[in-house]
Write a protein that binds this ligand. Structure first.
Ligand code: G4P
Length: 561
């Protein structure tokens, strides 16, 4: 009898837990914004936060750039360059839903960091400038989203300025990005003639009026396009154009299809003006309604559902020295399933032991608050005294691994020189930290007299970041000297195979912090020559070598061949 009651209680508790998990997962939206610099990502971010009550001051972007930084911009280097270099995680609530906005750096040179962030979200917003359409950085970031079939919502911004023909913009999205575009609203005029948008599924006009504080005007409901109220409201030329366009769209078969959106094959498109706060709230509502909640993730132990009772998560970002007052390091963990509870002990398979998840933080730019509990889709910041590295998976149950985070193939190389040898300790410490954050890859020449590290990056701005951060955070003066190499190959081979290797005279052999042999080449011709001459060796690209992001630790010292 007692056993039966106990069994019933247990079943009841399990049911309650499942109910809670389902509720919490269903209300979460974890997303990132992709755009070309200047399209309006910062402005849109601020407006979304404003609606979510996460900030209470509009912080008009003009004021931000000239007086104070936007809430998500805080590093000195960012301020200097006016670009967003480090990603931050912003959480806000809106209409009962919880949004996790993973901010991505805006500059194209930071694609590695952005790439890792885009692996950690469930959907993305693509912001386009209405006058410019698709720009190079949009294309690049879109390709990353596409690769993982991420659902994407599009916001075409700056309609208060002269913009391109909306049909042409849709056509460009479809042609250049090979994704179907489904307009959800339609602009009425643009620039000085911008009068609002027509909400296609809702069949109502949202009127735009320039106001001092850029508040949305209440929508004016209109039942159909022939309604005389609408005709009287907007200028005749724009009205005629709207009618023509809507008719055209109806025949074009560009309706929204949820399944295609979730598969990353169709993007719903919204027009508006972030700076004027026009169209932002309907867009946020769309994000709530359309964007998916956290989904199933693949692991080496099979599928992990967000509502699974077992807690799992993985580290997608490491960031040191966020607070200049406390020299600390933070690991950002994306929760994939179960419930995170402060101080819980988890399995850390890479270390082969359990670790306690103490001092978990929710971050809001510079501010932190302690997290007591979190669910799938949330991102928490953990103080990281060298325990976590990018790609680490933790779980409350059986040890498992999520798919490894691939590395990018470096294309730029430079020698890093410490200008004050007396500070070699700080220099090494700083470089080690930047490696742990995966800001850059480092290689050491194996057979030259010079022992200075070689930086390997996707773009040259990463070199400037290393120099600036060594100076700002470690008080070390360093310079970079560009090297002529344009390509690298990791070589997997044993000593026997290496014995007969033939190396082109101008190539440079180096080792990465894990001890792999890495050869740098001056030209594709030289690389091909080397590959042909050494059929016994296994040449690989960085993403293909199974190199982990593991902190180099002791191995950081130069290793000889
Ligand atoms: P980003 O993060 O994508 O790089 O862009 P950001 O939001 O910083 O916006 C880039 C510029 O575009 C800013 O102007 C911003 O005010 C402006 N902007 C953003 N949305 C709109 C819009 O809907 N309409 C108009 N007219 N402008 C918009 P800036 O001159 O670079 O800076 P500031 O002088 O405004 O501070």
């Amino acid at each position: 009898m007692v056993e039966a009651v106990e069994a019933q209680n247990t079943a009841q508790r399990a049911g309650q837990i499942q109910e809670l998990f389902h509720k919490e997962v269903a209300r979460r939206r974890t997303f990132a914004i992709i755009s070309h610099p200047d399209a309006g990502k910062t402005t849109l971010t601020e407006k979304l936060l404003l609606y979510g009550g996460a900030i209470d001051q509009a912080g008009a972007v003009r004021a931000r750039k000239h007086q104070r930084q936007a809430v998500s911009d805080w590093m000195a280097l960012e301020q200097e360059r006016g670009i967003s270099i480090t990603s931050t995680v912003l959480q806000f609530e809106y209409q009962g839903h919880l949004f996790n906005l993973l901010d991505t750096p805006g500059h194209q040179d930071f694609s590695e960091d952005t790439y890792r962030t885009l692996l950690a979200v469930d959907s993305a917003i693509m912001v386009l400038d209405g006058a410019r359409g698709i720009e190079p950085q949009t294309r690049k970031l879109f390709a990353v989203c596409r690769k993982q079939n991420l659902p994407i919502l599009t916001f075409i911004n700056k309609l208060d300025l002269p913009a391109r023909d909306p049909l042409e913009l849709l056509d460009e999205i479809e042609q250049e990005l090979s994704i179907r575009a489904a307009p959800m609203n339609w602009p009425i005029g643009d620039g000085s003639d911008f009068q609002g948008v027509y909400d296609l599924p809702g069949r109502q006009v949202l009127r735009f009026e320039r106001t001092a504080h850029g508040k949305d005007r209440a929508p004016v409901a209109v039942t159909d396009l022939d309604d005389p109220v609408l005709e009287a409201m907007i200028r005749p030329r724009a009205y005629a154009r709207l009618r023509d366009d809507v008719e055209l769209l109806a025949g074009a078969g560009a309706e929204f299809d949820r399944a295609a959106f979730l598969a990353g094959e169709l993007t719903p498109v919204y027009f508006g003006s972030a700076a004027n706060n026009f169209g932002v709230e309907p867009f946020l509502t769309a994000l709530r309604e359309l964007a998916p909640s956290p989904g199933v993730r693949q692991s080496n132990q099979g599928e992990v559902a967000p509502t699974d009772e077992q807690f799992t998560g993985y580290v997608f970002k490491i960031q040191a020295n966020m607070d200049p007052k406390h020299r600390d390091c933070m690991a950002f963990l994306r929760i994939c399933s179960g419930r995170f509870i402060k101080d819980m002990a988890v399995n850390h398979p890479r270390l082969g032991r359990t670790v306690r998840m103490s001092r978990p933080h929710r971050l809001f730019a510079r501010e932190r608050e302690t997290v007591e509990e979190a669910f799938a889709g949330d991102v928490i910041g953990l103080s990281n005294p060298g325990i976590f590295t990018i790609g680490d998976t933790v779980s409350s149950g059986d040890p498992l691994h999520f798919a490894p985070i691939p590395r990018f193939q470096p294309e730029q190389f430079a020698r890093l020189r410490n200008l004050n040898m007396a500070k070699y300790k700080q220099f090494n410490k700083g470089l080690e930290q930047l490696l742990q954050e995966a800001v850059i890859q480092v290689l050491y020449p194996i057979d030259s007299a010079r022992r200075e590290p070689i930086l390997a990056a996707v773009g040259t701005l990463q070199f400037d970041v290393v120099v600036a951060r060594l100076a700002a955070e470690y008080n070390v003066e360093a310079t970079v000297e560009p090297l002529p190499y344009s390509g690298a190959r990791w070589v997997l081979a044993d000593d026997e195979q290496l014995k007969d290797a033939v190396w082109p005279a101008q190539s440079l052999r180096t080792r990465d912090p894990q001890g792999h042999l890495v050869v740098l080449f001056n030209s594709p011709w030289e690389m091909n020559y080397c590959l042909e001459k050494n059929p016994q060796l296994d040449f690989r690209e960085a993403s293909d070598v199974g190199v982990s992001w593991a902190a180099p630790g002791k191995e950081f010292s130069n290793r000889r061949a």
